[in-house]
Design a protein around this ligand. Structure first.
Ligand code: FNR
Length: 216
């Protein structure tokens, strides 16, 4: 194993910083989760579902889908307005305390279907503030390769900055060799990865709680 791979594996295990722990007195948190893959057996969708299961008490990660979001077409927008699925997702994100993106990586960047969905969610531009402004956002990803979506996670940064979100940088999670991570029921086979995911979700939840309380 080369030093780069070793570093990434250590990243899965060690590079997690946990913020203020949730307490019983914390108000419930509602986080909308999106996987950027339409594939039925998607590793990223499995990772999102696992994150939802592992969320701390008082935190609900609602697993949403980009399925049904059409290809962006400015002519369709001008003639017909915002598609119903897009309007519904926009309202869900606007109402949520935070957004959680679980991103695949295609050709060292964001998959087109995921970027397309987010692009639709930014229409009309006058609504970006309502949907994304100041919204805490976390992003993780899974790939069968050795680098676990590091480049697609990087590629999300300018998008999230443009939308005025508050990305959480207190932890990182890049799940490599994703085809070996889940069993047939979607359970995580490696306890170290499950622990890293649990810590990541706990850390992000604490950040969301701080933002909600006006402390971050
Ligand atoms: C890929 N894949 C991939 N993986 C990766 O780690 N880096 C990459 O640059 C790419 N590029 C790429 C391009 C295209 C067009 C496809 C279809 C795939 C492999 C990708 O990680 C793999 O298909 C995952 O299984 C996709 O995520 P889901 O669908 O399992 O969530």
């Amino acid at each position: 194993m080369g030093p780069g791979l070793l570093r990434l594996r250590r990243c899965i295990r060690d590079d997690i910083k946990i913020g203020t722990p949730m307490t019983n007195a914390s108000p419930p948190l509602h986080i909308v989760g999106l996987s950027g893959s339409l594939r039925a057996g998607s590793f990223n969708a499995q990772l999102l579902r696992a994150a939802a299961r592992l969320a701390p008490a008082g935190v609900q990660i609602e697993v949403e889908t980009i399925r049904g979001v059409p290809l962006y077409d400015g002519d369709v927008e001008a003639a017909e307005g915002i598609p119903a699925k897009v309007a519904e997702l926009k309202d869900k994100i606007a109402d949520a305390d935070a957004l959680f993106l679980v991103t695949p990586e295609y050709n060292n960047s964001i998959p087109g279907v995921f970027k397309n969905a987010i692009d639709w969610l930014t229409r009309p531009a006058s609504d970006i503030g309502r949907v994304f402004g100041g919204k805490p956002v976390a992003f993780i990803g899974a790939s069968p390769g050795g680098f676990g979506t590091i480049l697609s996670q990087e590629a999300w940064l300018p998008v999230l900055r443009t939308l005025g979100t508050q990305p959480w940088f207190g932890g990182r999670l890049m799940v490599s060799r994703a085809h070996k991570v889940f069993d047939e029921a979607g359970a995580i086979l490696d306890p170290a990865i499950e622990e890293a995911l649990t810590s990541y979700v706990a850390g992000f939840s604490a950040f969301v709680a701080e933002v909600k309380a006006g402390r971050a």
